[in-house]
Ligand binder design. Sequence first.
Ligand code: DX5
Ligand code: ZN
Length: 237
Amino acid sequence: MTDNHRVLVSASILNADFSRLDRVVHKMERSGADRLHLDVMDGHFVDNITFGPDVVAAFRRLTELPLDVHLMISQPARYMERFLEAEPETVTFHVEAEAAAERTTSAIEAIHAAGAEAGLAVSPDTPVDAVDPWLSELDLIMIMSVYPGWGGQGFIPETAPKIAQARAKLAAAGRGGLVHVDGGVSSKTAQIVGSHGIDVCVVGSALFKRGRDAADEVERVKELALLGFESNTAGAR
Ligand code: DX5
Ligand code: ZN
C-alpha cells in the first residue's frame, strides 16, 4: 500500500538570511518545497526569540505557499487570535505549553473557528500519548526530533518511533491528520523518518547550506523518505 503515500517538505526559514525574506521565500518556492514552516519563539517557552504575528502576516503577503506556523511560546491561547489574523493554513503549538487543559482546548477551537488546521507538537521528552485528550480535534501532530529553540541541531534518532505512534493515533482518529517531523531533517535522515511513515518533513538548515542546491535537497528528502517508507512496508509484508 505504498501507492498513496506522499511525503511533503515544509521549509523552515529559521536559518535563512532575515535581511532578504522576499528572496528567501522565492527561493523556497523555486526549490519545490510544498509549504513554509515559520518558527515563532518567545524567549520564555524556549531560550531563543524570533518573530511574531506581524512577520507571519508579511510572509502571507509574500507567498501563496501554505504557511505552517509553529508556536514555541508560553500561553499560546492568549496570542492565538493575533496569529490567526495572518491567515496561516496550519497553527501548531506545544502540548507542554499550557498548564490548564482547557486552554489547549480553546486554542484548538480558535484555530478551527478561523478556518485553519490545528496541530500539537511534542518535544523529545514528551510521550505522544500527551496529545490523546485532543486527538479527535487534531489535523496534525508534530514530532520534535530536536529540543525546540534552534535550527541546525542534530537529529535525535530515539524520537523517530514516535512518528509511527502518531501516525497510528491519527489513523484511528479518522480525521486524515498528518504527521510532521521537525528538527535535523535532511537527505541524511530522511530515510529514517520515512521508514516510520512520515507525511511532512520540516527541513531547515539543510536548505540554506552554502554550496548546496535547495531544490536538489528537497527532491532527495522526498525520494529518500519514500524509499524508507517502501522498504519498511516491504519488510512488513
Ligand atoms: C527548532 C525549529 C525547527 C528548526 C528546523 O526549534 O522548530 O523548525 O528550525 O531546522 P533544522 O532543519 O535546521 O533542524
Ligand atoms: Zn519548527
